[in-house]
Design a protein around this ligand. Sequence first.
Ligand code: SF4
Length: 530
Amino acid sequence: MKNEILLGDEAVALGAVHAGLSAASSYPGTPATEIMEYLIRVSGQGAHFAASWSVNEKTAYEEALGASFAGKRAMVSFKHVGLNVAADPFMNSAVTGANGGLVVVSADDPGMHSSQNEQDSRFYARFAQVFCFEPGNHQEAYDMTREAFDLSEELGFPVMVRMVTRLAHSRSSVTPREPRPQNGLRTGEGKDWILLPVNARRRFDLLLRKQPEMVRIAEGSRFNALSLNENDRSLGVIASGIGYNYLREWLDRVVPAPSVLKIGTYPLPDALVARLVGHADTILVVEEGAPFIERQLKGQFGIPGKTLRGKLSGDFPPAGELTPDVVRKALGLSPAILREPGPLVLSNRPPQLCVGCPHADTFKALNKARETHPGSHVFSDIGCYSLGALPPYNAIETCVCMGASVSMAKGGSDAGIRPAVAVIGDSTFAHSGITPLLAAAAADTDMTVVILDNSTTAMTGGQPSFGTGAGLLKLIEGLGIRKERIRVIEPLPKHHEKNVAVIEEELDHKGLSVIVAVRECLEESRKKRR
Ligand code: SF4
């Protein structure tokens, strides 16, 4: 088959298609969005599998789990914090197990380019005790995803593929292999999928008994490779995922050559690790994300007689992304001779709302209304509108996680904040805002929820929204909010005064009210016009 130039995310997607994928589900989030975008594109070009966005990561996971129960190969993908949302079915699927191959792709964002934290999904894989692949380049992203499906069926449990931003969003050549056909329908049998305690105990016991097998598989995996320098014992390097790629940039300059253990799968290949640690006096661990391998080596007290270097020792920065240069320094190499950078031609461009964005008009009206309501606090959610935190708006006080605006505003109101305001987009409202609003409606909490309905999931590139338009208004009413307290505004400069008046009225109202600001995202309307 012909080589293809692919994003790391696309290599994962193609690997899944060629592994016989039948169903894929996802919720958009950087840096994982392009996996599903690729799958939707390919499925629209005649490939026969289901690929769709879901309302949130939990539902996406459960959809994939259902397809696996049916014996089909299924993949669910999301960004690392999406795994927090999907943690319930993820942890429990490690007990039910998988029927058709079930692959969960979690894309981490070290350096927080577009995320609220840097969590490392390898901990989740270890927590659930499932096998995990960590690709270091695009070919491995393709190969490992294919192998993840095979292994999931061989073990009978879900398998994780951990991606990171630099790999997900860079392009390189990938050599694909002949596609494998899809599985036929073959539903899960027995009581394995009914997690009543009697079954759950039996299944959990099986998961525990699988652990030594997983270690043996890791020890024999072609993605883990040990190379010992028999003539020198001074340095051994354990490098995983993209960290191994950075290490390779410098290896031929390190004298004497270190022994190297390349890691691409977890649980760790214990026997290979033991051989490297037994061979070298100093062990340097190069890994992207948290000191996951380093902590396992160090344990509580370290390895007697050995020096362990990595993030915990301060040889690598504790936060942010690895870079080839950071790895060079840790190897003790002098700076590479680089060309002098040319004059800076681009000035700093902090992120901001598009010129003319409907959110800008909503924030202007909200800020004006707040002038007459001292003591007000605005709890925001996650979307383009989080940029309301920046000048010139300075319009929000919090932004924590999906759906938190509504529940935090309720908590703030219960604690005495007046007026308490939540600001949430239509897609985020569908993702995680409905249940907290249901609770606020039951209590008639004194707060105002502003739902910014721009009819799309704008921040990640315009994926469909499940809670927009007339359906959104019906949904809000169905949650128990009184009809007269559901107000609709159109955020346009010409309606500014009118909108301020509506917001002021609802801030004054003692009880729950919802203001829906309806105007399409400019980018989306431009796309449609094109
Ligand atoms: S993409 Fe749409 S919602 Fe986001 S800032 Fe631009 S106009 Fe506003």
